[in-house]
Design a protein around this ligand. Structure first.
Ligand code: ADP
Ligand code: MG
Length: 247
């Protein structure tokens, strides 16, 4: 089995006496797509915010590539390759798709390579931007302003600007939220492509896409891990069916 790249140990979060996350243990293996699911209020967003350092835990530890990042700053964690989509990948509405990706590629958070060799690397930068735009199927939109993009394409641009930071582990918070059927299909295919050579941890409600994409699923209920494993195993668990699938 692949090594554990990201791990939560006995993670807990209390909000004024209310325990939203209780002793969660989570192990994400390198190269996998790992989904976090559960009913509303289960603690998915809180776990996600703890892992990405947007919230401090009340108890427990977070390890990334064996290093304790429990108290690391979000930007430092991102620099280490653990990148949350939409975190730092702000899209500038009046820049074109191509310009947005070029700006993301030149961000100091990624490698500082382009700052040191601006002339020599300009062509390479342009090529990389084009490659990323191709990767998310936005070639036909390259010269359009970001503000003109339909919703699903805008999310694809956000993924491209996140990819510009060359993440090892990409964290996606409900990547399909608010999408229609067609965009869901495109985005699911995009996530699968993005995951090649990377690790993806995502919170997602769309169970059929989760079933299709994920190697491992962790089910949360009332702040605790209820079940974990591949979809076939998890979906047969009677407690999961009762808590989540409503069957
Ligand atoms: P999910 O994302 O699975 O729907 P959340 O992590 O958003 O669940 O929330 C888990 C529980 O913690 C919920 O009962 C929610 O009301 C509570 N909660 C989340 N954030 C806060 C907060 N900032 N203050 C108080 N309670 C919170
Ligand atoms: Mg949530």
């Amino acid at each position: 089995m692949a090594e554990i790249v990201l791990e939560a140990r006995d993670l807990s979060k209390e909000f004024k006496g209310f325990t939203a996350v209780k002793g969660v243990n989570l192990q994400v293996r390198r190269g996998t797509i790992h989904a976090l699911i559960g009913p509303n209020g289960a603690g998915k967003s809180t776990v996600f915010n703890l892992i990405t350092r947007f919230l401090p835990p009340t108890r427990g530890r977070i390890l990334y590539k064996g290093r304790d990042i429990t108290r690391a700053r979000p930007a430092d964690v991102a620099r280490m390759g653990l990148v949350r989509s939409f975190q730092i990948s702000a899209v500038f509405p009046h820049l074109s798709v191509l310009e947005n990706v070029r700006v993301a590629l030149q961000r100091p958070l990624g490698t500082s390579f382009h700052f040191w060799k601006p002339e020599a690397s300009l062509h390479g930068l342009h090529e990389r931007a084009r490659d990323l735009i191709d990767a998310v199927n936005l070639a036909a939109w390259a010269d359009r302003a970001a503000v003109e993009l339909p919703y699903g394409r805008k999310r694809a641009l956000e993924i491209a600007t996140t990819l510009a930071l060359d993440p090892e582990v990409m964290l996606l918070d409900e990547p399909l939220a608010g999408m229609g059927h067609e965009d869901i299909g495109h985005t699911a295919a995009l996530i699968r492509r993005v995951a090649a050579g990377r690790t993806v941890l995502m919170v997602e409600h769309n169970l059929s896409v989760v079933a299709d994409l994920s190697d491992t699923i962790t089910v949360l209920r009332r702040g605790e891990v209820l079940a974990e494993g591949p979809y076939d195993t998890v979906s047969r668990d009677p407690e999961v069916r009762e808590a989540y699938m409503g069957a």
